[in-house]
Design a protein around this ligand. Structure first.
Ligand SMILES: Cc1cc2nc3c(=O)[nH]c(=O)nc-3n(C[C@H](O)[C@H](O)[C@H](O)COP(=O)(O)OP(=O)(O)OC[C@H]3O[C@@H](n4cnc5c(N)ncnc54)[C@H](O)[C@@H]3O)c2cc1C
Length: 378
């Protein structure tokens, strides 16, 4: 198997970053994406130092910096009276401590920066992978449009519902019992919002709201308990209007103003993968959400995906033998991503505690948050 015979499935954050990281080492790859054009779903993404370091190395730091926002602080607030429960500096302090900034970025800008850096050669759109068949040193890939190709190594960067993963393991994503609504508002929409330039969590019983700025907009993610079972295919549902506003009735006026400022968007079921025992087989390997989809509460899904891409490309470059490269990649990535997955799962319940002793204990722990979670950003 040659190192340049690599087919990447999925042109999301992971697939494009991997393609660029391989190219930096002089290793050619081809990307196959099911969508007919590259358009990001969702509003914004928070990029942390661990992800930004990689993106800067790949030369797309300055394109992103122009359109991103640096938060002033990380603030936790009480759901009804809005008091600050804990606050930590971000801005220059964060960059000094972790060696790179923290940015709120519009997903479309990130997607565009990656896609422009990649270009159109070796990008095959409208190619939904439907099957893989390993024969000797090569895998035949078949697509929904009836076409096919072969590759020495297939990288599944095809997200949480990965088709490539099916050829490696039968583990499937688990529904967390929580769901989220995303939205983008302007500063004028929320004139009474305290600290609009902070990353801010509002914590209450059975729900929380997170927001941060991304250039001209403020992006929010409102998360609530339920529904008990998720039945909509693909993890996204168009729910009846008013469900989101009803879940936050009685919350602080700034939270309600934010939610009421824009039409209710689709409801996202929040799913995560249990840690996988293996990420690869003879001819295929997983990366990003396909390998370790996690809850969004540490803002790390994309950042860990970007780390995966850098490490997989480095291993491909360092080891002539592809199997040694894959073993090295798994060894370097599995335990770290597993730790972040577990931590983000546990955090979910902590963000939704009712007022009382347990919430007071959590609030005291929030004061040490930076030291407790610096291992993620370093
Ligand atoms: C509500 C929410 C908020 C989040 N906020 C943050 C955040 O602030 N910070 C952060 O770091 N992360 C965040 N994340 C997580 C982050 O979005 C993901 O971890 C990240 O997008 C994973 O990238 P990926 O490339 O692995 O997968 P994806 O972005 O899902 O890309 C997969 C690509 O593969 C393509 N594809 C799928 N199947 C096929 C097929 N069969 N054939 C061909 N192509 C296929 C898809 O069309 C897509 O383009 C959040 C997630 C959610 C749900």
């Amino acid at each position: 198997m040659t190192r340049s015979d690599i087919a990447i499935i999925g042109a999301g954050i992971g697939g494009l970053t991997l393609g660029l990281a391989l190219r930096r080492h002089g290793i050619r790859s081809r990307i196959y994406e099911q969508a007919p054009e590259l358009a990001e779903v969702g509003a914004a993404v928070a990029l942390a130092a661990n992800g930004i370091r990689v993106l800067r190395d790949l030369g797309i730091g300055s394109a992103l910096e122009e359109t991103s926002a640096v938060p002033t602080e990380l603030v936790y607030r009480h759901w009804s009276h809005g008091d600050r429960l804990a606050a930590h500096p971000v801005g220059a302090w964060y960059e000094d401590r972790f060696g790179a900034p923290f940015w709120g970025v519009h997903r479309a800008h990130l997607q565009r920066a990656l896609a422009q850096a990649w270009g159109t050669a070796d990008l095959h759109l409208g190619k939904e992978l439907t099957g893989l068949c390993r024969q000797g040193d090569s895998t035949e890939l078949t697509f929904a449009d009836g076409s096919s190709t072969t590759a020495g190594l297939v990288v599944g960067a095809d997200g949480i519902r990965s088709r490539v993963r099916v050829s490696i393991t039968d583990v499937v994503p688990v529904y967390s019992g929580t769901s989220g609504f995303r939205g983008l508002v302007t500063r004028d929409d929320v004139p009474d919002l305290p600290d609009p330039d902070a990353v801010q969590f509002w914590l209450g019983q059975g729900a929380h709201l997170l927001h941060y700025a991304t250039g001209e907009f403020i992006n929010f993610l409102a998360v609530l308990e339920g529904p008990k079972r998720w039945t909509a295919p693909g993890g996204v549902a168009n729910t009846e209007d008013g469900l989101l506003a009803a879940a936050f009735r009685g919350w602080h006026p700034a939270v309600r103003t934010m939610i009421d400022a824009v039409p209710q968007g689709p409801q996202w079921g929040l799913f995560a993968l249990p840690p996988l025992a293996r990420w690869s087989n003879d001819g295929a390997v997983l990366l990003g959400d396909a390998a370790h989809a996690m809850m969004p509460h540490h803002g790390q899904g994309a950042n860990q995906t970007i780390e995966d891409a850098a490490v997989l490309a480095d291993c491909q470059n360092r080891f002539e033998d592809v199997h040694t490269a894959l073993a090295g990649y798994e060894r370097l990535r599995r335990s770290r991503t597993c730790q972040v997955q577990r931590s983000s799962w546990v955090t979910s319940a902590l963000l939704h505690l009712p007022d009382g002793d347990a919430a007071a204990t959590r609030d005291r722990r929030l004061l040490d948050l930076v030291d407790d979670f610096s291992w993620i950003h370093e």
